[in-house]
Design a protein around this ligand. Structure first.
Ligand SMILES: [Zn+2]
Length: 79
C-alpha cells in the first residue's frame, strides 16, 4: 500500500526516477506541532523523502495504518 494521497499535491505530481509515480511509505519520524502532525515519508523505489503535514483529524484517521507500515522492514534505507 502506498501513501501518496497523504502528500501534498505537487509531491504527487513529481515523478520517480525509477519510472512512474513515487511509492511513498511512512517512516517512524512523526512530529506533532500545535497545528498539525508532520509525518515523514520515503519512496520505496528511489529513497526520496517527503513530509506530509496532516491536520489532527486526518492524522487520527490514518494513525494506525501509518504506525503499522512505519514499523515494517520496508524501511530498509536506514532511517
Ligand atoms: Zn520515487
Amino acid at each position: 500500500m502506498k501513501f501518496n494521497h497523504l502528500l501534498p499535491r505537487w509531491e504527487q505530481r513529481h515523478r520517480c526516477p525509477q519510472g512512474g509515480e513515487h511509492y511513498y511509505l511512512p517512516t517512524s519520524h512523526v512530529e506533532a506541532t500545535l497545528d498539525h502532525v508532520a509525518v515523514r515519508f520515503r519512496c520505496k523505489k528511489c529513497g526520496r523523502l517527503s513530509t506530509a503535514f496532516l491536520d489532527e483529524p486526518t492524522y487520527q484517521v490514518n494513525k494506525n495504518i501509518i504506525n503499522k507500515y512505519a514499523g515494517d522492514k520496508n524501511d530498509d534505507f536506514g532511517a
